[in-house]
Design a protein around this ligand. Structure first.
Ligand code: RAM
Length: 513
């Protein structure tokens, strides 16, 4: 399994003007020193086969330094240590040697190190995302043991100790969910909005859309969003398509992965940024990139006004939507395109591009009508997707978010899909967010609240300090990669409860009844 076949000799198209603007917005990271809250061990000095674990009491991202001395005779051999960093306690119980998944085991946060000279100050070169740090002493010698005098971590992120007003919620669990959401977002705000500070530690555009929205309601760090927009526009596929993610380690380079929905999200991200800032210069610089993404999106629309389904040369991830491999993406993709066309009209109007606005409005109508006519199954009262006419929750969610029907009809669709037992399980907080927002725009805030308490609250019950990239309450071992040890437990696309609580009026439904 992989997202896409590797494109040989892929050369991203880099635009030095846009990339220099991205560089200008690069944040200076704020840092604080933190030390463990407790140590799980009773000993003072450690020799062969001893294990100890530090609990930092919360999730941190940063650089660890160990101050180590010795006890006994003069060290006559190096100390040999194995270090494991875990975001969640459960990770410490897993054995990395058993991992056989399809993405690199290089992401597993563990090190084997030798220390030759004492006393030693060992500053580990890698940045870790963790709460727990376990040290296994593989060996010292019969003549000496090691003493860990001090372990400390330089905690880094783009926002530092900026305090966020807690959301007005009486409910204790909802307050906790809000706090954990904010911590999740904060720890992912580094040089760029990272998807997860353990993995992949880079800028993904589907994640960015939700991070930016939550950021506007909390940290209000416009500079970082601006930087990320310029990065996506500044390094693209050679034909101008926006890549699903960007590497910023060393030189800036677009990855050779294209997702239909992700590229289109450039449009709402720019439109949201413009709504927030009214920054004309950014609009001027990035309008054409947004236009291009709609053009590529429209290229896939057939003469009947419907986005074409998976082609022979593509796998299930031509469009992302969620990690559920069985999901047919056609109708979801159509919903995303309509959703983005609406936002493109907004951009065209802001840019005073009348011809553009007229064209997008006409296409919006064509695609909306076609969706009603060809993708909606009157008999069953829901949208269907693909040749197999698959009925999935994600298809309904995106058609609702796209506003293909009015609110009354959308409520009926929601009712139907619930009666059907929400087919094609949502596996990620990302998909769950989109379903949740669909409920809210239909006025079902009580139900959305219950879902947030159940789903995000479920992670808290399982000990989350930050929210995860993947959570399936029915299958705790769920991993899209073929091994849970590689999953990220601080993943920004799961931070959206803090956005939803502040964007929508959760008392509305109660009043209506
Ligand atoms: C994962 C990343 C990211 C997501 C993509 C689809 O590998 O962690 O969060 O956007 O896949």
């Amino acid at each position: 399994m992989a997202f896409a076949s590797v494109i040989e000799d892929f050369q991203p198209r880099n635009n030095s003007y846009l990339l220099s603007k991205a560089e200008r917005e690069k944040p200076v990271l704020k840092s604080t020193m933190v030390i463990p809250k407790k140590i799980i061990s009773e000993k003072e000095s450690y020799g062969k086969d001893d294990v100890l674990c530090y609990d930092f009491g919360n999730h941190f991202v940063g650089y660890v330094t160990m101050h180590i001395s010795t006890k006994g005779s003069h060290p006559d051999a190096p100390a040999f240590l194995k270090l494991c960093f875990a975001e969640h306690e459960q990770e410490l119980k897993e054995n990395s040697a058993d991992y056989r998944g399809w993405i690199s085991k290089g992401w597993i946060q563990e090190e084997w190190i030798h220390i030759d000279t004492f006393p030693a100050v060992v500053k580990l070169p890698r940045r870790y995302a963790f709460r727990y740090m376990q040290i296994e002493v593989l060996d010292t010698s019969q003549k000496y043991k090691v003493v860990f005098d001090k372990i400390e971590c330089e905690y880094v992120n783009a926002v530092g100790d900026q305090k966020i007003e807690p959301v007005q919620q009486e409910d204790e669990l909802l307050c906790k969910i809000d706090k954990v959401s904010i911590r999740t977002l904060q720890n992912c705000m580094q040089d760029v909005f990272e998807d997860g500070p353990k993995r992949d530690r880079r800028l993904w555009i589907g994640d960015l859309r939700l991070q930016a929205l939550t950021n506007y309601k909390t940290f209000k760090n416009y500079q970082l969003v601006k930087r990320c927009l310029y990065l996506f526009a500044g390094s693209t596929f050679p034909d101008g398509r926006v890549s699903a993610n960007i590497f910023t380690d060393g030189s800036v380079e677009a990855d050779d992965t294209y997702f239909y929905d992700y590229a289109l999200f450039f449009v709402p991200i720019l439109a949201d940024y413009y709504r927030e800032t009214k920054d004309q210069k950014v609009l001027q610089d990035l309008y054409d990139t947004a236009k291009e993404q709609i053009r590529f999106g429209m290229e896939r629309v057939d003469q009947n006004g419907i986005v074409r389904d998976t082609r022979e040369d593509e796998n299930a991830y031509w469009c992302f939507l969620d990690w559920n491999m069985d999901l047919n993406k056609q109708t979801g993709a159509q919903g995303v395109l309509i959703f983005c066309l609406k936002r493109m009209i907004e951009l065209a109007e802001a840019k005073k591009d009348q011809t553009g606005a007229a064209y997008y409005t006409q296409e919006l109508e064509r695609l909306t009508d076609a969706s009603k006519k060809r993708l909606f199954d009157e008999k069953q009262g829901v949208f269907v997707s693909g040749a197999e006419k698959q009925i999935s929750t994600m298809s309904q969610a995106w058609m609702i978010l796209a506003g293909v029907f009015d609110i009354e009809m959308n409520r009926k669709i929601l009712k139907k899909i619930k009666e059907m037992g929400l087919p094609y399980e949502m596996l990620s907080p990302y998909a769950m967010h989109n379903y949740c927002e669909a409920l809210i725009v239909c006025g079902e805030t009580a139900e959305a609240t219950a879902l947030i308490k159940n789903y995000w609250g479920g992670m808290i019950l399982e000990g989350a300090d930050t929210f995860w990239e993947m959570y399936n309450p029915k299958n705790p071992d769920e991993s899209p990669y073929g091994g849970k040890i590689i999953n990220s437990h601080c993943h920004a696309w799961s931070c959206t409860p803090s956005y939803l609580f502040r964007e929508y009026d959760f008392t509305k439904e109660a009043e209506k009844k």
